[in-house]
Design a protein around this ligand. Structure first.
Ligand SMILES: Nc1ncnc2c1ncn2[C@@H]1O[C@H](COP(=O)(O)OP(=O)(O)O)[C@@H](O)[C@H]1O
Ligand SMILES: [Mg+2]
Length: 273
C-alpha cells in the first residue's frame, strides 16, 4: 500500500456514499479507544452534518469552532491544521470541527489534504477522517490522504450498491484501491451458524464482491448502545458519562477495529472509552 505518511500520522478515512451506515459512530469509537490507550488522535469532521463535532464539542467550544474549524484550516495550504484543532474531554482526542463553509472548498486541489497531513508528524499518531455521504472533491481529498480507507456496510442492498460505487470510483480516480476495506456494521455473531437467512446471504455476496473485508472480530454488533454514544450530549446537557461502551461484544469489536487501524499493533485494554 502506498503510504503518504512516511513521517506523518496514519490517516484513516471513513467513507461511504450512503448515510447512516455507521461512519461517524465508528470514527468516534475508534478515536476514543485509541485516545484512551495513549495515542494522540485527530478527528477530522468533513461532514456538513456535523455529527462528530456535535458529539465532541462542549457548549463553550461551539463558539470557538466558528473560527477554528476544518474549513478555515483547509482554506490555505500553508496553514498548519493543528492550529485549527480543538481539544476534547476525551484523553488524547482532538477535533477539527466541521463547518458549513466547507462548501467554499469544493474546488480545492484534490491532494491538498494529503499534503497538509504530512506536516502533522509528532503531533498526532492517527488522524480519523469522517466523510460526508457524498462523492465530491472533499471526499477525494479524504481518500487521497488516506493510508487506510474503511467503508462500513449494513446488511442492505443500498449500502452494498453504495460500496460497489465507491470501490469503482476509488479504483478510477485514486491510487488508493489497495487501501480500501469494507467492514460490516450490524453483524450478529449468534446467527453465524445459520445456513440461510439475510445475514448469510449478504455475507456471501460481500465476500464474493469485495477483495478486502476486515476480520470478523472487528465487525460491530447491532446494539442500542450505539445510540447512547449518539445521544450522550444531547440528552444529558453536556454531563460526562465515562465508559459509554458497556456492551462487551461492542467493546471487543472496537478494540479489534482500532488495532487494525494501527496495523494490528496490540492496544492496552482501556477500562473505559
Ligand atoms: N452497530 C450499530 N448498532 C445500532 N445502531 C447503529 C449501529 N451503527 C449505527 N447505528 C445507528 O445508525 C445511526 C447512523 O450512524 P452514523 O454513524 O451517524 O452513520 P453515518 O455517519 O454513516 O451517517 C446512528 O445514530 C445509530 O443510531
Ligand atoms: Mg456521519
Amino acid at each position: 500500500m502506498e503510504t503518504n505518511a512516511q513521517s506523518g500520522p496514519k490517516v484513516i478515512t471513513l467513507s461511504a456514499n450512503k448515510g447512516g451506515v455507521g461512519k461517524t459512530r465508528m470514527a468516534i469509537l475508534i478515536a476514543n479507544c485509541l485516545g484512551a490507550s495513549g495515542r494522540q488522535v485527530l478527528v477530522m469532521d468533513m461532514d456538513f452534518n456535523n455529527s462528530a463535532s456535535f458529539y465532541y464539542l462542549s457548549p463553550e467550544h461551539t463558539d470557538i469552532a466558528r473560527t477554528k474549524n476544518i474549513a478555515d484550516g483547509l482554506s490555505r495550504e500553508t496553514n498548519n491544521l493543528a492550529d485549527y484543532a480543538l481539544t476534547t474531554d476525551h484523553p488524547g482526542v482532538h477535533l477539527l470541527a466541521s463547518s458549513r463553509y466547507l462548501a467554499d472548498l469544493r474546488s480545492i486541489n484534490e491532494k491538498r489534504l494529503s499534503r497538509m497531513t504530512g506536516l502533522l508528524s509528532g503531533l498526532y499518531d492517527v488522524i480519523l477522517v469522517d466523510c460526508q455521504p457524498d462523492y465530491n472533491n472533499l471526499t477525494l481529498n479524504a481518500l487521497n490522504a488516506a493510508d487506510l480507507i474503511i467503508t462500513p456496510v449494513l446488511k442492505d442492498l443500498d449500502s452494498y450498491n453504495a460500496a460497489c460505487f465507491l470501490g469503482q470510483k476509488i479504483a478510477l480516480d485514486t491510487d488508493k484501491y489497495d487501501a480500501w476495506h469494507i467492514t460490516i456494521n450490524g453483524y450478529n455473531h449468534q446467527y453465524e451458524a445459520a445456513l440461510s437467512g439475510k445475514q448469510k446471504e449478504y455475507l456471501d455476496i460481500y465476500k464474493n464482491e469485495f477483495q478486502r473485508i476486515t476480520d470478523p472480530a472487528t465487525w460491530f454488533p447491532w446494539t442500542a448502545d450505539m445510540n447512547e454514544i449518539k445521544d450522550r450530549k444531547k440528552l444529558l446537557s453536556g454531563q460526562q458519562i465515562r465508559g459509554a461502551v458497556q456492551n462487551p461484544e461492542l467493546y471487543q469489536a472496537v478494540i479489534k477495529l482500532s488495532e487494525f487501524c494501527i496495523q494490528d499493533e496490540l492496544l492496552e485494554r482501556p477500562a473505559v472509552f
